[in-house]
Design a protein around this ligand. Structure first.
Ligand code: GAR
Length: 213
């Protein structure tokens, strides 16, 4: 009898890496039994996420956005850095750059992203990081949240895997709301979505995701 191999995960980061940490913690807690974090790829040499990877003994690579001109050139460099690593799943975990077709085709149906709002609200080009929470507060919504979705050619437009709602509270600032959305939603649904993918429980039909038992 052959035992199925765990899926090899690459986590792409740009900054603090709290979502990477949530994945590392989930693995340590036995909540990611079908996946292994094989590589962390950072768009910046300064990203604290690199320290988190080192502390967890995970290999990392920097593909510095500043060293490349166009989006196409940068996409090519990122794709090349991941090819040959036998990656089964790429997780965009606070990765702040949009990659184009070459990356999406190389990892078709094998890239997931965490977005800090309930898609289709407050998403698309220009909506990233604190800007998302500022837009939610400016609009006056009473509920926001986070979404994990497959990545396709449309920014934040791929099939939705999991979402979780979070209440907006009186006196919220973008920073306070960002923290609450991370704690109550992102750090929970991202590792869960990763495990569902790695366990082979996700299927996509007509742009919708089904989760099997
Ligand atoms: C997270 O809130 C993530 O959802 C968001 O950036 C933050 C990164 O934090 N991503 C986007 O806005 C992508 N559109 P982290 O580095 O601590 O995980």
């Amino acid at each position: 009898m052959t035992i199925p191999m765990n899926k090899r995960i690459a986590v792409l980061v740009s900054g603090g890496g709290t979502n990477l940490q949530a994945l590392i913690d989930a693995k340590a807690a036995g909540k990611l039994p079908h996946g292994d974090i094989a590589l962390v790829l950072s768009s910046s040499p300064e990203a604290y996420a690199l320290t988190r990877a080192a502390n967890a003994g995970i290999p990392s690579v920097v593909v510095d956005r500043k060293a490349y001109g166009s989006r196409e050139e940068y996409t090519h460099a990122v794709t090349e850095a991941l090819k040959g690593e036998n990656i089964d799943l790429c997780i965009l975990a606070g990765f702040m750059y949009i990659l184009d077709t070459e990356f999406i085709e190389a990892f078709r149906n094998a890239v997931i992203n965490v977005h800090p709002a309930l898609i289709p609200s407050f998403c698309g080009d220009g909506f990233y990081g604190l800007r998302v929470h500022k837009a939610a507060l400016d609009y006056g919504v009473k509920v926001t949240g986070a979404t994990v979705h497959f990545v396709n050619e449309v920014t934040d437009g791929g099939p939705i895997i999991l979402q979780k709602a979070v209440a907006v509270e009186e006196g919220d600032t973008p920073e306070l709301l960002q923290r609450r959305v991370m704690e109550q939603a992102e750090w929970e649904i991202l590792p869960l979505a990763a495990e569902l993918f790695c366990a082979g429980r996700l299927s996509v039909k007509d742009g919708r995701v089904s989760i099997s038992e």
